[in-house]
Design a protein around this ligand. Structure first.
Ligand SMILES: Nc1ncnc2c1ncn2[C@@H]1O[C@H](COP(=O)(O)OP(=O)(O)OP(=O)(O)O)[C@@H](O)[C@H]1O
Length: 254
């Protein structure tokens, strides 16, 4: 498991240069934090600030603290320290190798047991309806398979304690399970989304307006229950899509 850390976002300025309403957000290991807001409001910009460990040197003027301290320069520039992993909608593999070769290589590069690849594939297959096989070439994986594999890879092999997720609405994966898997590993998960399954799984969500963190909403029990129901429907849709894709007949599921 990665070393658990605490993440703090110190507020900066809105697009018009005024101070943003929320001036401090603290996130603990295992927390899921949502980011919502209209198109163009500044959601991805907040994700970018976290990714870059901004220190007042981006247009927002925000600062990111790790364990209550300004991260040292090494942490900001050395990719091997890999504090942060990212998952996004447009995720495809370009490497000409098989799933098992890739996972073994990744495990070795992180000083881990290459046999962990079995666990990654097994977990990835709980997140997608289209099974992934060890010998599949990476380039033939569908979008859903790629994202499932990356999610399981981040959970099992990567040490990154923070995972940033930007819009995985049409992911083709069991989204609730994917987030639970990552947060269950003690990672901090920050997710930009309007998808009720994801937004309502977060314990809190930051509302972005005019470039700034305008509000922060704590998810109520009622919202959590709604989220669980939506997730069931979502998984059901995914299963149905898979049955239809395989050319089978939908029966006995109502
Ligand atoms: N606090 C800020 N100060 C100055 N510019 C900002 C600020 N926040 C966002 N911007 C700028 O506003 C534009 C839109 O931001 P961004 O792409 O983050 O929005 P978004 O909410 O992710 O949009 P979408 O929903 O379309 O993905 C960008 O050009 C970004 O640089």
């Amino acid at each position: 498991m990665s070393n658990p850390i605490k993440l703090t976002i110190i507020g900066g300025i809105n697009k018009d240069g005024t101070k943003e309403a929320i001036d401090r957000v603290e996130v603990s290991p295992g927390d899921i934090l949502g980011i919502v807001g209209p198109t163009g409001s500044g959601k991805s910009t907040l994700i970018d600030d976290i990714e870059q460990l901004a220190q007042g040197d981006t247009p927002t003027g925000r600062r990111i603290l790790i364990n209550d301290e300004e991260p040292d320069t090494k942490m900001r520039v050395d990719p091997r320290l890999k504090l942060i992993a990212q998952l996004s909608q447009n995720m495809h593999f370009l490497a000409d190798m098989t799933v098992s070769e890739f996972l073994q290589m990744h495990a070795r590069s992180r000083g881990k047991d290459p046999e962990l690849m079995h666990k990654v594939i097994e977990l990835a297959n709980t997140l997608t309806g289209e099974p992934i096989h060890e010998d599949d070439p990476l380039t033939v994986l569908s979008g859903g398979q790629s994202r499932s594999l990356m999610t399981a890879d981040i959970a099992v092999i990567s040490d990154s304690p923070i995972v940033l997720i930007d819009e995985i609405e049409n992911a083709g994966i069991k989204k609730q399970e994917a987030l639970e898997l990552l947060a269950g590993e003690g990672k901090i998960v920050v997710v930009v989304t309007h998808d009720p399954v994801l937004a309502l799984m977060a314990s809190r969500r930051i509302v972005i307006k005019n470039g700034g963190m305008n509000d922060i909403i704590t998810t109520s029990t009622e919202e959590k229950n709604v989220g669980d129901r939506v997730s069931e429907v979502d998984n059901w849709m995914m299963d149905l899509r898979e049955i239809i894709r395989r050319g089978e007949v939908v029966e006995g599921v109502v």
